[in-house]
Design a protein around this ligand. Sequence first.
Ligand code: B12
Length: 213
Amino acid sequence: MMKLLHEISEELELGHAVQVKKKVLAAIEEGTSPDQILKEGLLRGLDHIGKQFRESEVGIPEVLLAARAMNTGIRVLKPFYDKTKEPRGKICVGTVQGDIHDIGKNLVKLMMECQGFQIIDLGNDVAPERFVEASQEHHCTLICCSALLSTTMNELKAVIKAFEKAGLRQQVKIMIGGAPVTQQFCEKIGADCYTEDAMEASQYAVLYDEGEK
Ligand code: B12
């Protein structure tokens, strides 16, 4: 089992999406849990390539390929997560304008879907007004915004401002996250909630849905 997880991690680093898909399915077949495959296979490989990127050992093309393989892995795992939960409300998720990092956002989406939520995925590079439009169009009152760059963190504030401008700030909860985001930043810009990872984000969403937040 460990061997297969190691291979998944390696294939991901090399950006081999087809191999990642095959090996994820093989690991499932062996009885490995989706969570273990995600953490000890896929995310471990992404973490390695992230380190190499930071140390300039690899460039954008390599990271981009690894990211594609990662998103393939997430898609392959999705049907194997336990989705027997009661259906819940709708949630808007998106990565802010100017930012194309979408893996974290996709994990938030996956964990929330596992809790029974219907996700309106706005994708990446989403303009502040688009979050407002989508919340109205789909009647979403929980809006989740992701930012991965220190430069695009300020776009989180722009989303809040857009809701204020539309006179809808009181009607929605705005949850923010992404590697550079902190609880302190959340308080500073007046967002409603910050959580560190996708699992915690989905737990907050459940409490919100049950009227406890
Ligand atoms: C993959 C990657 C890319 C890929 C993205 C592909 C894709 N489809 O996503 C590509 C190659 C395109 C890329 C491009 C760039 N990148 Co990049 N990238 C990364 C890398 C290696 C991994 C990011 C990732 O997916 N992590 C894994 C996920 C699971 O983690 P996560 O997103 O943080 O999500 C978790 C939490 O934050 C949270 N979360 C995330 N979103 C949300 C939302 C909500 C609501 C909540 C509650 C929680 C939450 O939950 C997740 C965990 O469960 C990081 C390095 C790293 N180690 O983080 C750099 C990194 C983020 N990139 C960086 C940079 C600088 C860039 C570029 C500017 C490089 C360049 N010179 O062009 C461009 C910017 C492009 C743009 N305009 O967006 C820097 C950012 C530095 C900074 N602080 O600003 C990093 C940190 C690398 C580095 N050390 O230099 N990148």
